[in-house]
Design a protein around this ligand. Structure first.
Ligand code: AHR
Length: 614
């Protein structure tokens, strides 16, 4: 095999190629990245979330029958609360138990109301009822709601702790019972689970798209994700059902998404519905309730568009503006500097969609011409194409469009020329969702290497493809609606897949300059040739030259690198290698590698050479 690199032929490519797509799917938000440990903390679970759920779900009362009221709520968006009787003990089991570690601290917050002098005793217990933390006593002596804060220290490590609240003296009402580990990612309040957030940060994503996916446009127009319901005080946020069959507290809301993006150096990329819900509305939802089809009525579109314009003001405007003020009050006086906004998600390119998309697009363009609007070209099925979506986007001159495809590994192997054929004068591409996808099967080295091959071709086309994000990102074990995913987790562990390692290797070895290169199998047919690929980029910041080589062949392959004259350079080599069905594979990095004439690519491997500038 010979590798040729033509240093004289280079082009500028996107510096945002590898990002992440966070969708609240598979318990990615509540019970996942959002570090809240109490499930149904606000007693707002309903049968719209899941047929068998109600305000008492995940709470267990020693009376067997928990009293729920709604006459004097903490806030109208949060109407239900629990009323504990004297000596009643209430337990919350968290999301599959509350995992606590000995010596760690946990912040408790709850709202309490008691007409007479009440008192609550609160403690963490294990599944046998043994205390695993200090006990906190709260004097509940106010007839108006009052928030109490306290800190627990766990004295034992247990995976399935519970929070126990006992009313000692009088009937006492409680609501928005919240428990967070003190250690969250970057120690943010109302923060994110540190290990999961760090795994995402480690990819070095250049952007993050959120909150979906199908979740963004929802199951029917009433379920469209409304960003305004997701900001402000927790007790004032408006929960909603999640079309993937569970509940959204909105605790992980727009402020938290933007803050996370800033913390990890990723551009925020919010996606808002194009005035239409998911075309599959009635299919997704566990309850079987059909979402209202069609779009937001035209006479309500102005208000809907105003909400989108308000988001841009909230993110970017001075702290003295109406919406900028709310951002500042939440803790971020400086603008977030939003540059991208997605409108629509994989929508059917119907007349209803087109009319509403065009209204939104024109309004954003008129008021905020510097914002890049990312449109959608609809769903993709093997054998179909995106021509309806592309025709529409081209007519409107939408600057960038979002393409999605979940395809078998063979599709990625056989279509490495997909973007070579794209018209450079049309819209740029955001490959917003993709995966080598064998439905129901976890990803493995075969899918990961097919993605690596394909990403080499994407780098080659980094002048037309601006951004990419693998999907889905997160999946909680036992609560997974979609497989495969990039990162699996439970309450105390995270499991990184080979697909994750490929994303991380690309994210950590990005460049803004693409250098013409090819790898040629000297004695092989086209099928063999397709299973080996290269991409060479230069990282402008460090000046390093980065060579990526994928070998999806079942044999070790030796590459002739004599002509590159690398013998005097300091090289770091990272290799991800494993048989096609392996799922637990880690890359190995060797520094100070000396490369004279030959480079060996192990069978089924992805190699990154980082050639240091000095
Ligand atoms: O990533 C899972 C789903 O796939 C997304 O919600 C949707 O956009 C696509 O159909």
């Amino acid at each position: 095999v010979s590798l040729s690199v033509n240093m004289g032929n280079k082009k500028k490519i996107s510096d945002k190629l590898v990002g992440v797509f966070f969708e609240d799917l598979n318990y990615a938000a509540d019970g996942g990245l959002y570090a809240e440990l109490i499930q149904n903390r606000d007693f707002e679970y309903t049968s719209n979330d899941r047929r068998e759920w109600n305000s008492t779900s995940y709470w267990k009362s020693s009376n067997g029958n928990l009293k729920i009221e709604s006459t004097q709520p903490v806030h109208k968006n949060n109407p239900h609360y629990a009323v504990l009787q004297k000596d009643e003990q209430l337990q919350n089991e968290g999301f599959d138990g509350i995992a606590v570690a000995a010596g760690e601290k946990y912040n408790l917050s709850l709202f309490v109301r008691s007409a007479n002098k009440g008192s609550l005793s609160i403690v963490l217990i294990d599944s046998n009822g043994t205390k695993v933390s200090n006990e906190i006593t709260i004097a509940a002596n106010t007839s108006n709601w009052k928030q109490y804060l306290a800190v627990f220290t766990a004295n034992t490590t247990v995976k399935h702790a519970r929070l126990s609240i006992t009313a000692k003296k009088q009937e006492t009402a409680v609501d928005v019972v919240s428990l967070f580990p003190q250690k969250t990612f970057r120690n943010r309040k109302n923060g994110l689970r540190a290990d999961l957030a760090q795994a995402i940060a480690d990819i070095k994503p250049r952007f993050m798209r959120f909150p979906g996916g199908c979740l963004a446009h929802g199951n029917g127009i009433d379920n469209i994700y409304r960003w305004k319901n997701s900001i402000g005080k927790l007790e004032e946020r408006k929960p909603d059902f999640n079309l993937w069959g569970y509940h959204q507290t909105m605790g992980l809301g727009y402020y938290e998404y933007f803050q996370f993006c800033e913390d990890i150096g990723a551009e925020p990329l919010p996606v808002l519905a194009a005035g239409v819900p998911c075309q599959n509305s009635s299919h997704h939802h566990q309850t079987g309730i059909a979402g209202q089809q069609g779009g937001i009525p035209l006479n309500e579109m102005d208000a809907y568009i105003q909400d989108i314009l308000d988001l841009i003001e909230w993110a970017n405007a001075d702290k003295n503006t109406t919406w900028g003020k709310l951002r500042a009050a939440a803790g971020h006086p400086a603008p977030f500097n939003l540059k991208y906004i997605g409108i629509g998600n994989e929508d059917l390119i119907s007349e209803v969609f087109k009319e509403r998309f065009a209204m939104i697009y024109k309004a954003i363009k008129a008021k905020y011409p510097a914002i890049t609007v990312i449109g959608t070209v609809g769903p993709f099925y093997e054998g179909s194409d995106y021509s309806f979506g592309w025709d529409f986007a081209s007519k409107l001159e939408v600057p960038m469009v979002d393409e999605h495809y979940y395809v078998p590994p063979a599709w990625l192997i056989n279509n490495q020329d997909f973007y070579d054929k794209y018209d450079r004068k049309k819209s740029k591409v955001y490959l917003g969702e993709y995966a080598a996808h064998v439905r129901g099967r976890p990803n493995n080295m075969e899918t990961a290497l097919a993605e690596a091959l394909y990403l080499c071709s994407v780098e080659r086309n980094g002048d037309v493809v601006e951004m990419t994000s693998y999907a889905p990102l997160l999946a909680k074990e036992g609560h997974t609606q979609w497989n495969p995913d990039m990162i699996y987790f439970n309450n105390s562990e995270i499991k990184l897949t080979p697909g994750y390692e490929v994303q991380k290797m690309f994210g950590n070895n990005a460049g803004e300059e693409y250098i013409e290169s090819s790898v040629t199998v000297d004695h092989g047919n086209a099928d063999v040739q397709k299973r080996i690929a290269t991409s060479v980029v230069k990282d402008a910041k460090t000046g390093d030259l980065i060579i990526k080589l994928v070998n999806l062949l079942p044999v070790e392959t030796t590459v002739d690198v004599k002509d590159l004259n690398l013998s005097n350079y300091n090289i770091a080599k990272t290799v991800l290698q494993g048989n096609p069905d392996e799922k637990n594979v880690k890359p190995v990095t060797t520094t100070d590698v000396v490369l004279n004439n030959k480079l060996v690519l192990p069978k089924y491997s992805f190699t990154v050479l980082r050639i240091k500038a000095n």
